[in-house]
Design a binder for this molecule. Sequence first.
Ligand SMILES: Nc1nc2c(ncn2[C@@H]2O[C@H](COP(=O)(O)OP(=O)(O)OP(=O)(O)O)[C@@H](O)[C@H]2O)c(=O)[nH]1
Length: 560
Amino acid sequence: MSRHRAVRNLDYDEVMDEFEENLEEEEENRLLMEQGVADVRTALGTEASKVTKAQIEEALWHYYYDVDKSVTYLTSKFINPSKPKAPKPATQKPTVDTAGKKSPAGQAKKSKSSTTTSVASSVADLKIDDTPLPKSRNLNVLSEFEKSIKKKNASFVVVGHVDAGKSTMMGRLLLDLNMVDQRTVDKLRKEAHMIGKPSFALAWVLDQRTEERSRGVTIDIATNRFETETTAFTILDAPGHRDFIPNMIAGASQADFAVLVVDASTGAFESGLKGQTKEHSLLIRSMGVSRVIVAVNKLDMVDWSQERFDEIKDQVSGFLSATGFQKRNIAFVPVSGLHGDNMVKRSENPAVSWYTGPTLIEELELSEPSARAMEKPLRINISEVFRTQQSQVTVSGRVDAGSLQMGDAVLVQPATEKAFIKSILVDDAPAEWAVAGQSVVLHLSHIDPMHVRSGDIICDPSKPIPKEKTFALKALAFDFLMPMQVDVHRGRLHAAGKITAMPALLDKVTGSVTKKNPRLVKPGQVARVRVELDEQVPLEAGQRVVLRSGGETIAAGLLE
Ligand SMILES: Nc1nc2c(ncn2[C@@H]2O[C@H](COP(=O)(O)OP(=O)(O)OP(=O)(O)O)[C@@H](O)[C@H]2O)c(=O)[nH]1
């Protein structure tokens, strides 16, 4: 019966529109690919016979149809490969565990908890990759990184209530910093006009780029990049809708700081404060973000009223301080994302003359990135596992701590299986090494795909991350907490468990114990809680974890 109801509730036109849009997009991609293959073949000339159509297509897909990049890649990979002296491949491929014990080929140890990924199941019958490894150059990665830094790198997550204007604001930033060309914007304006939503053109700038990225290499959440003279920024895009809270958590757990967008228009600010403005602020704080820039947006809709700005500033700063943000780490900028006032350029509107502080971009530049944990043991949080031509086990994820280089041996937890890093991509480009803070794609060798799942951790084999069944969390409660069943989320990892004890209520700012063994923790309170999991998962102090129940986020915090 409920199925019938669901069918009746479907908006047929909407479904058909979406279907047709998908078809159009597919057709567009097919044409782009056909044209790309022809262009690459022309550019390669007589050498074109040395690469297959599939190899060209994969390169084009990977480089978003960029012909030059694809040609460079194909040339270096298949036409003129530099031939490093490769170590002799093992005659019989062994799997190696941490203790150095080997098992014969084809008998890789099964991880107990193998709910395998789609990739793993589709390639379960494949042989373990045993192609020889490129010889590691044994680089001093940290000094290579120092040499390579030209600009400060900082990433921020954009949060706020649905429709507060987050995408429009980021589209405006990209446009005013010349990161998108006027032609693209004009095209989007025309399209937006045609469907009667002219105000959405700027938001589409961001969404279009986002789509482009997520189609290629999947990382935790969609990202966009832009640069100023001093800083290379990464925007971690977090949709405002409450269904996307898990994405928001993934974004916040990677961010150096946050931009909180609030809608200043009449009534919108008030409903936003009750909605995601509050939930997002609590979340980013409990995910360890300590600096927040509040963009008070759509002030054009209230005639740039200073009174309205001050009222919002008072309320939001009171609320943010109570959440644990220090006053000196909160900044407010009155802006209009749609019209561009105080975004990159200072507003020339006389109605805004009362504001003389920094523009949004100046505030962004003032933010210092949080220290990268480069000296710590290697930890890479796997977001996706997939198969490419380079490797049957290709993973994407973020380097949370430490550094790595081609040829390194690594350990995958919880399977406790060793693998080797065959090659690395950093921000989509081939690289010899990577460090904490970077998003990477790794081609692994000498490991069976069944041992690698999204949510797993790649770590240093000499300092592996422990596997735990219980942990203590300093948690900020969003709902009532008591001994209860919970879902534990850490990045892409989800595990079932239960709160078994709540030893203390803590002061939100200082962290000191205010009450022992509370029977109930109320929303907004911070408490130490103990959680027992149904299975062992790789966990260690300092990780950011979220507890959910019945599809709702009920608490988030740092592992102790
Ligand atoms: N007047 C005015 N309208 C704005 C401004 N910024 C955004 N808008 C409008 O607000 C609406 C929502 O903007 P979006 O950028 O899609 O909002 P969002 O926060 O990204 O929305 P979600 O991704 O759904 O959470 C659009 O119609 C925008 O044109 C502004 O500064 N002034």
